[in-house]
Design a binder for this molecule. Sequence first.
Ligand SMILES: [Zn+2]
Ligand SMILES: [Zn+2]
Ligand SMILES: [Zn+2]
Ligand SMILES: [Zn+2]
Ligand SMILES: [Zn+2]
Ligand SMILES: [Zn+2]
Length: 210
Amino acid sequence: MAGNEYGGYSYKFVDADLPEKYNCAICTFVARDPQQVICCSHIYCSSCLLKHKQKSGSLFNCPSCREPLDGRYFPDGRIQREIKELRIYCPNDECQWKGIIKDIETHITECPYQSIECTNGCGENLQRMKMETHVSEECLKRIVTCTHCEETGVHEIISTNAHLDVCPFFPIKCTNDECDVISPRNKLSVHKRTCPKSIVTCEYSQCWLF
Ligand SMILES: [Zn+2]
Ligand SMILES: [Zn+2]
Ligand SMILES: [Zn+2]
Ligand SMILES: [Zn+2]
Ligand SMILES: [Zn+2]
Ligand SMILES: [Zn+2]
């Protein structure tokens, strides 16, 4: 939330009474990329002016004094510099940062309270200060190692049935009813060959029928 992208700055300003000359006469916020019109010297955000121009078509007149505007305004560098020096609070309420508009973008890239997207790409948004724990301990897409076979991969596969159902070293119980042997999946067939509880069909079992 570095303020709205179009129109003027909607930050909370440290100084309550800012001179009105900084305000865009269209959106009434402190002008972003201010343009001064020659007709009546009002200033407008460049994005507000552009939107106004697109709406007006061939009748592109100054919203304040109705004079034709085509080519009759210029970027106001002096006002721009003054505006960039205005003191604001960080838009993240819990943050104690106070600084000038010029520095807010850099601050936002470091602000511990800024909400950012998980770098593992799990789709979650969290405050920057919580991201380290999330990425290493909570994220479904964090890289983990299977404690049984030591294969590595993302948590949502390796630590769930998606992997455990096929993990060659996952311990499973012998399927013979009275046997309590637990063996890694890939060793179970070896055990079953010698399992004392297995029901073997006598190769002569049908002999006596004859
Ligand atoms: Zn504006
Ligand atoms: Zn005007
Ligand atoms: Zn901040
Ligand atoms: Zn994540
Ligand atoms: Zn495994
Ligand atoms: Zn067994």
